[in-house]
Design a protein around this ligand. Sequence first.
Ligand code: SF4
Length: 306
Amino acid sequence: MHLLLAQPRGFCAGVRRAVEMLTSVTEKSAAPVCVYHEIVHNTYVVAGFRNRGVRFVETLEEVPEGAVLVFSAHGVSPALRDAARQRNLTVIDATCPLVEQVHQKVRQFASREYRILYIGHPGHDEVTGILAEAPDQITLLADVREMESLEIPAAAKAVCLMQTTLSADETREMLRKWQIRFPQMEIPESGGICYATQNRQNAVRQLAGEADAALIVGSANSSNSRRLCELASAADIPAYLIDGPQEIRPAWLDGSETVLMSAGASVPENIVQECVHFLRNRFAATVEERVIHTENISFPVRFGSV
Ligand code: SF4
């Protein structure tokens, strides 16, 4: 077996920053540390922090008095920020700056009375936080079929924003159709799919044609990992989303000469390397790292008050 390891893969700048912030708080804080939702959508990352005593909560009521509350990389609603402030909790905001940028765009366009079309997956933490910025002005669209019933008067101001981890191919197609129907619609450059999502998708798109099968490392609730798996499937090869090496079924890969491996933006590199180790042992795989993009983006860690 020949294993093509896609690069870039795994941790993006937003995830790295959120993990660094929570690590630092966990090491320094004498008070209990709670995180609103999963810090990032990865089973291993969450389990690692849980083992160090971090509590992951779904409501503010679960946060005890005197605790430190960390907002996850996916961001939160303005109402949750206010409620945390009113309870005088010490808050650390690990929202990815690129998600925060979309929050800012929503506020700006809402104050200028735009109709905001937002493409995203209903129920995802990032989407829930964004919708809450201007619930009366945002229309959530989960896919292109929902566009069919949409009507925007020609004179109305409209803008399209989107979840940072969508499929770039599908979204491009959707926007092309929308712009024909609604030529007045604005699409700001910094209101959509982030650099990390695009780079990981480009790498899988470019390499899938050389492979007989693909293994995408990532947790089932990770939006960008699922998109990578769909992208590999779209290249007509069997593609499997695996949380870690224990989920690899050797029968999937019997007869595969070349296997592509990538990992979603919330996956630690040690989990990828454990999967590589499994394939070396089980299939005597030779490993080739294929660099499609070089990333040198990092976001500074700031612990200012929220
Ligand atoms: S995937 Fe993109 S938006 Fe999400 S945390 Fe990473 S850099 Fe930020």
